[in-house]
Design a protein around this ligand. Sequence first.
Ligand SMILES: [Fe+2]
Length: 293
Amino acid sequence: MIDLRRIRYVRVGTPDLGEATDFATKVLGLEPAGRERGMAYFRSDERDHTICYVEGDPARHSVAFEVSESADLQAIAAEIERVGYPVHAGTAAEREARRVLDFIAFKDPTGNEIEIVWRAQYATRRYFPSRDAGITGFSHIGLHTNDAGRDEKFWTQVFNARASDWIGDAPLLRINPVHHSIALFPSSHVGVQHINHQVESIDDVMRSWYLLREQRGIRIVFGPGRHLSSGAVFLYFEGLDKMVYEYSCGVRIIEDEATYVPRQLPFTAEAFCMWGAKPDIVEFRAPDPLVTL
Ligand SMILES: [Fe+2]
């Protein structure tokens, strides 16, 4: 079992880099960190970049996690291949494009594209947002899964992920004290289901709610609300190509591994939002009961 230190970046396909740049800066509020060879990079914190929009198929996404040691890459590659999935070693051009010293790439059992990176670059200047959304950093992703139990085993047996809570079959997985860095949502799709940035306070969540809805014409798909599981106050909204983005604050930090007990929650709107907000996100909604005449 190899320790993933934290989530590092997400790469998202886009048919239009200009449009993606407008969204990242004017809506999300990220800082541009370069645009070259069909890729536009954006910062949200001390890291060189945390989102890279890649010219191409908007259905293609990949998410990267960091390891501490170069040898971890070889150990992970051997284990992933042992359990039956091919592993790609990053080429020089691919490493340069990711601004990392080394990485490997593979697909999880659902087919989600995963990268494991070593010595990813940090920025040399403090984060300076394009708009003051209050972002403190890129924090987690939701992933689609076509078998939540199988994929939970993959993440918890190959890596150091452990379930912090479950909502129905969907595990919220942590790889460090943050309540979750990966959440697996049952779905017939593949790829990233939502992209989370932490913001400083509930005031930032509420400011963005008004601003995005009333001034930017953005479709709010869930919230404002508070997750019962992580305790975070959240707002979900729809970005380009129907990708869902989230701002949240106050996520639970699990300091004591020995005493923490994960909870099984029902797959209901109340479990997703303790205030009563109803999600307009298909993966967060229980299937409608069958109507029989
Ligand atoms: Fe989330």
